[in-house]
Design a protein. Structure first.
Lengths: 153, 159
């Protein structure tokens, strides 16, 4: 039914949006799990951080750009001022944008943590903060997937 | 939201779990390629176990709710071409992924044996098992089938 009501020219943008979203979701799962199960092991601490940096961040950029492309193709940017955007769209934007800020914060904290770890000055506390942010983002992405697919409003 | 909308949303949550867990498992596979000690292998296995569990939950959840949706919705039928294509691709993905899980379980068994005999250093056998090309190929086939399911779901050829 969705394919029937969505013009075919939007399908590729939707595919890119979904690929980006699942890549960032997978990277967040990998990061949170690695940091949670690390038990102080450098290898897993590094895996947790670098999966977020090298996989999560590109996934987030792809998801956000493809989402913006879809937004414009569906003319949501030309919505008359008397109409409010639906809440599922707001939830999607909030999770992508504020989630992006949180992801950058997690990367900054984790980056310092990895640097301190390399120099033998600890850093696990900062990486734990990265883990907590990753877990929060996993929950936020689950809510976003539910909102954007179920479209409650 | 109607009951159907809820089923659809949960179906897509399972799909996100499936694809997300595959991304996670690829991260572990690339990391395993540089692991040559039993300690590293077992550490990475802890993360791999979570990814494997999530993949199994995703596979079971997507197919069961997907078929339920195809029965519930008046616009779709389980015998539609794109639905049958998705079921065939799901079967290919499940077979390839389960076989790849078995391949990546081999180095874990060897690592446990080495740890039990207090051989914590680098092992050529372990290194070769962690770089299994059969396991890698099976994981690639399974992942490609899942990507094709996503493409099939978006374009719904013939719908």
């Amino acid at each position: 039914m969705l394919a029937a009501i969505r013009p075919d020219n939007q399908s590729f943008a939707l595919l890119l949006h979904l690929v980006g979203a699942t890549v960032v979701f997978g990277a967040l799962l990998a990061s949170a799990t690695s940091l949670l199960l690390a038990r102080g092991e450098t290898r897993l601490l590094r895996l947790g951080y670098f999966s977020l940096l090298l996989v999560g961040l590109p996934g987030l950029i792809l998801m956000r750009l493809a989402g913006e492309w879809l937004y414009r193709m569906q003319n949501w940017n030309k919505l008359p001022p008397q109409f409010a955007e639906p809440s599922w769209l707001k939830i999607g934007f909030d999770v992508a944008d504020w989630g992006g800020v949180l992801l950058l914060l997690a990367l900054a904290l984790g980056g310092v943590g990895i640097h301190r770890l390399r120099n033998g000055k600890g850093g696990t506390v900062l990486l734990k903060a990265t883990m907590v942010i990753s877990l929060i983002l996993v929950v936020a992405y689950v809510v976003a997937v539910w909102a954007m697919t179920g479209k409650p409003s | 939201m109607t009951f159907e909308d809820w089923i659809f949303a949960v179906h897509l949550l399972f799909a996100a779990t499936l694809v997300g867990s595959l991304v996670m498992s690829w991260i572990v596979i690339f990391s395993l390629r540089t692991a040559d000690t039993s300690r590293d292998t077992l550490s990475l296995n802890r993360v791999a176990m979570v990814a494997t569990g999530a993949t199994i939950v995703g596979l079971v959840g997507t197919i069961s709710l997907g078929i339920w949706l195809a029965i519930l919705r008046v616009d779709f039928h389980p015998w539609d071409g794109w639905v049958i294509a998705a079921i065939i691709l799901w079967s290919i993905a499940t077979t390839a992924l389960v076989r790849s899980f078995r391949e990546y379980a081999k180095p874990v068994r060897v690592a446990r044996t080495l740890m039990a005999s207090s051989q914590a250093g680098a092992s050529a056998e372990l290194s070769a098992l962690n770089r299994t090309s059969k396991g890698l190929l099976l994981r690639a086939v399974g992942s490609a089938a899942v990507v094709l399911i996503v493409i099939d779901m978006i374009w719904k050829p013939g719908a």
